[in-house]
Design a protein around this ligand. Structure first.
Ligand code: LCS
Length: 395
């Protein structure tokens, strides 16, 4: 891989992991759409399996197109390497099944993506693994839950959908003291705005479906461990569980990532202005956006992020009923789940992305009935603002 360590993010998103194709010189990474790779001899095949000779064997284990993506994201996150997966959920489950065993305990941010919570709560007990969810923005909440069997501290910051932040460096210190593996879901920030490994985390995970790919046309995930030992463990677990990415999927994400820096820049500029617009609107009851001084952890956002991101959540004075009318009336933003694409998306987490989480747990996590989540895209600001304005008038 070309050495890009000293380069800016804007350069790394374009070049890291990518060399002109050694066969024909193609500037774009070729799609090696092959499930298997020929050996020149029995001896060579055996040497590759034994790890004595470098080279590809089988795409579930490794593939050149997927490797280019893994190297690029590892470079953006300053990690040892990357393990690309079929989805963000495949990445999260690989981490959990790779690190935990019967009797293990996990602590997680309460406001995490709905399926992350449902998976941890519903699947893990069948394997003798238990979990507690808490507001990880307060370190004392975490401390109180640590048991001798606690192995993972899983945090999502900014959190889906509440945009509550957790102090990554403080969690890293705690994790080190207590011998926990700190896993950070960095999907909402993207590596452009936040690098958890630099703040002491052990593993970063992304749903590449979101900002990394950025075009709402691919589902995928990636795991970036900080050290080689964890990388090897995660890679082995992924190949055994079988949640690998596909080469064509990897190629689309490689292409999407090349504009990550400029997309994030544009969408967060839009988001800050929209958050300010919503805050001053008479029908809006509250707005949560890390870039507003009113955000409870605005100071932490300035400290641990390089920008405030493109996600906003807010509630209307008329509550859920008013919110429903508003969401049904937007015309530029699209009513859909997911986030981080070039197009703005709006949704209602309590009945959509977090519908599987119980009422009591939603309340504990701050996922209120009136909460509307807006993923701000790269459209013209005035178009987005006037669209929200006309939709708010429908209430
Ligand atoms: N982590 C976060 C923070 C997410 O928001 C999601 C998906 C995942 C992991 C899982 O990734 P996937 O398997 O979907 O690639 N979040 C979604 C959301 O908020 N709306 O639709 C999906």
């Amino acid at each position: 891989m070309k050495e890009k360590k000293d380069k800016s993010m804007e350069t790394k998103v374009i070049h890291s992991g990518q060399e002109p194709d050694p066969v024909y010189g193609g500037v774009s990474v070729p799609i090696y759409q092959s499930s298997t790779f020929a050996f020149q001899s029995v001896e060579q095949g055996a040497a590759r399996f034994a790890g004595l000779e470098k080279g590809y064997i089988y795409t579930r284990i490794a593939n050149p197109t997927i490797k280019a993506l893994e190297d690029r994201v590892a470079s953006l996150e300053n990690g040892y390497g990357g393990i690309a997966t079929s989805s963000g959920m495949a990445a999260i489950s690989t981490i959990i099944f790779g690190l935990l065993e019967k009797g293990s305990h996990l602590i997680s941010t309460a406001s995490v993506y709905g399926s992350t919570r449902v998976m941890i709560e519903n699947l893990l007990p069948r394997f003798g693994i238990s979990a507690d969810f808490t507001d990880t923005s307060n370190l004392d909440n975490i401390r109180k839950l640590i048991r001798p069997t606690t192995k993972i501290l899983f945090i999502e910051t900014p959190a889906n959908p509440t945009l509550v932040l957790t102090d990554i460096a403080a969690c890293a210190t705690l994790a080190q003291e207590e011998n926990l593996t700190l896993v950070v879901d960095n999907t909402f920030a993207s590596p452009i705005l936040q690098n958890p490994l630099d703040l002491g985390a052990d593993i970063v995970v992304h749903s590449v479906t979101k900002f990394l790919n950025g075009h709402s046309d691919v589902v995928g995930g990636i795991i970036i461990p900080r050290d080689e030992e964890t990388y090897q463990k995660m890679h082995k677990t992924m190949t055994l569980l079988g949640g690998n990415m596909d080469p064509h999927q990897a190629w689309l994400v490689l292409r999407g990532i090349q504009t990550l820096a400029i997309r994030v820049q544009k969408s967060q500029e839009n988001a800050l202005k929209l958050a300010q617009f919503l805050s001053s609107h008479p029908k809006v009851a509250w707005v949560n956006y890390p870039g507003l001084p009113s955000h409870p952890q605005h100071e932490l956002a300035q400290r641990q992020m390089r920008g405030f991101g493109a996600m906003i959540c807010f509630g209307l004075k008329g509550g859920y009923e008013a919110g429903k009318k508003m969401i049904n009336s937007v015309r530029v933003a699209t009513l859909a789940v997911s986030l981080g694409g070039v197009e703005s998306l709006i949704q209602h987490p309590a009945s959509m992305t977090h519908a599987g989480v119980s009422q009591e747990e939603k309340e504990q996590a701050g996922i209120t009935e009136d909460l509307i989540r807006l993923s701000v895209g790269c459209e013209g600001y005035e178009d987005l603002r006037s669209d929200l304005e006309q939709a708010l008038e429908k209430d």
